[in-house]
Design a protein around this ligand. Structure first.
Ligand code: SF4
Length: 344
């Protein structure tokens, strides 16, 4: 049975990220029990098939944001498995950027000469239904932290690498001392100038950004953090406080929204999201088109709709509030701006 997902708990439990992590709900049986407890009507067989193909996990905090009376609730859409994930998708493939199939060293993605991405863990606090790596994070253990030594050796052996992106999975789910050690070793490599962390923890498990973690991150400079708020309802008081702790620790925080059909493909939603992010001192940086990954076709927004949304947004918010709409085209030399031929 899933654990409790809101209210009657002592606040000390709800705000303890380790409690949230210990009480995470994963697998189709636990999910089915939760849906039944919430009075949802669903097909158990289909749910089992979807979760057998694409894993399910979520912590109580994020599940607690769902409006269960609304099947199209934007939080639910990002979190709860959907039969459409099994639809045929000619535009999708499992590993479009060859992150696994093309990796010289497991967990190291080196697509651009001066930047390298390290998959430092396969764990996430939530399995986002639109995840780019939804086909690969279930993969062999070689993507996990046991590969840190090999990844660091790879970076050290490539003097052209000036920027390292820690990704996953979610790097902020590493134990604080493990992440501290990783950052120390990276910054000890003479040619590493900047480290970026990509994390959805501020969105899905904001209590993880506690004083201990922020204090550790503060010691490593220059460190940047990109997160992914996709809907204004994700900007809860807990999430706002988490972003504030990071910024107060001297870490610039940017947001990379994924444009998702039914979640944020309307002007009023996107506008509110960007304005509220700016108020939290989080820079609305990119809006990404969905990647060509299998299992997410129901989220894809047509290009002409994305271009129109971008144009509407451009005329309704100021420059610091305005993200760039981009897509990550397999084989391209960088992000491609939507409605433009220019890479970024
Ligand atoms: S937290 Fe990031 S890596 Fe993990 S499932 Fe969500 S989008 Fe994918």
């Amino acid at each position: 049975m899933p654990g409790p997902i809101n209210s009657e708990l002592p606040p000390a439990c709800w705000t303890d990220w380790r409690w949230q992590w210990r009480n995470r709900i994963e697998g189709h049986r636990a999910l089915a029990a939760l849906l039944e407890a919430r009075g949802q009507v669903f097909d158990k067989g289909v749910l089992g098939h979807v979760v057998a193909r694409y894993r399910f996990r979520a912590v109580p905090y994020y599940l607690g944001l769902i409006d269960w009376s609304d099947k199209q609730d934007p939080i639910r859409l990002q979190c709860i498995p959907d039969s459409r994930e099994l639809d045929d998708d000619p535009a999708g493939c499992d590993d479009p950027y060859r992150e696994v199939s093309g990796a010289d060293v497991p967990g190291v993605v080196h697509r651009f000469p001066d930047r390298v991405l390290l998959v430092v863990t396969t764990d996430c606090a939530m399995t986002c239904r639109h995840c780019t790596r939804k086909n690969t994070l279930d993969g062999p253990r070689h993507l996990a932290l046991l590969a840190h030594d090999a990844a660091l050796a790879y970076v050290a052996a490539h003097p052209g690498v000036r920027e390292v992106l820690l990704s996953g999975g979610d790097p902020l789910l590493l134990e604080t001392d493990v992440l501290d050690d990783l950052l120390s070793r990276l910054f000890a490599i003479p040619h590493v100038e900047v480290v970026r962390i990509g994390s959805r923890v501020p969105v899905v498990l904001p209590m993880r950004i506690d004083d201990e973690l922020a204090g550790m991150l503060r010691r490593h400079r220059p460190l940047w953090l990109n997160t992914q708020f996709n809907h204004p309802r994700e900007l809860t008081p807990e999430a706002v406080a988490a972003c504030g702790r990071l910024v107060d620790a001297g870490i610039p925080v940017s947001n990379q929204t994924v444009l998702l059909r039914g979640v944020n493909d309307r002007l009023e939603i996107m506008r509110e999201l960007c304005c509220r992010l700016q108020r939290c001192r989080v820079r609305p940086y990119y809006v990404f088109q969905c990647d060509p990954v299998s299992g997410i076709s129901h989220f894809r927004v047509e290009r002409n709709v994305a271009i129109a949304l971008q144009e509407e947004l451009r005329t309704s918010v100021g420059g610091l509030c305005l993200p760039r709409f981009v897509e990550d085209v397999p084989g391209a030399r960088g992000k491609t701006m939507i409605g433009s031929d220019h890479g970024q």
